[in-house]
Design a protein. Structure first.
Length: 186
């Protein structure tokens, strides 16, 4: 937890730890209905969603969620001109607590949905739970990794373990799709 905030992340990655192909696009091979259901249920329970400028949840109700969009394009915090429920947030210029307060939130659950810079930021801040779905039959050589490549290399499991999270038993959600909950010890 960060103060009074519970931090959860949701990601689907290829077997080699990539969330997108070499062009930065998430391919259809990473789209699974079972993963989408898990993802949507998680976001429905969150008080705020955090994503990068290029990450999108792609759900019909995305405009109804409180949202922090991580960007270096603002000094600290700014209103999102396209969504009254969202704020543009530069972590170098404003704390997470200040960003959440700008959305009227002083406690609750934060859902982190990417991309690599955002996942890496919160890895350093401290996840309570990281839901890692893996498309075990998909490989994306030269793709975009879950975490910042320069800091953590390729395998998200190694980065999560190094950050003090422990893997729970892996579940099969669908043919070729697993889900592992990585949790911080209470």
């Amino acid at each position: 937890m960060i103060g009074v905030y519970r931090i959860k992340a949701y990601v689907i990655a290829s077997a080699d730890g990539m969330i997108a192909d070499a062009s930065g696009v998430q391919p259809a091979s990473l789209h699974f209905e079972a993963d989408q259901r898990h993802f949507e249920e998680g976001l429905d329970q969150a008080d705020v969603v955090v994503n990068g400028r290029h990450s999108q949840e792609g759900q019909p109700n995305w405009m109804s969620r409180r949202r922090l969009i991580v960007t270096r394009q603002v000094a600290g915090l700014a209103a999102d001109p396209d969504n009254s429920k969202a704020r543009l947030w530069n972590p170098a210029g404003a704390s997470l607590e200040a960003a959440c307060a700008a959305l009227g939130l002083n406690s609750g659950t934060i859902a982190v949905i990417g991309g690599p810079q955002v996942y890496t930021l919160f890895l350093k801040l401290g996840y309570d739970c990281f839901y890692l779905s893996c498309a075990v039959k998909v490989r994306l050589p030269g793709g975009l990794p879950v975490f910042n490549r320069e800091t953590f290399g390729g395998k998200p499991q190694a980065a999560l373990a190094a950050a003090g999270l422990t893997a729970r038993p892996t579940l099969w959600l669908d043919d070729g799709l697993t889900l592992t909950d990585w949790e911080r010890a209470e």
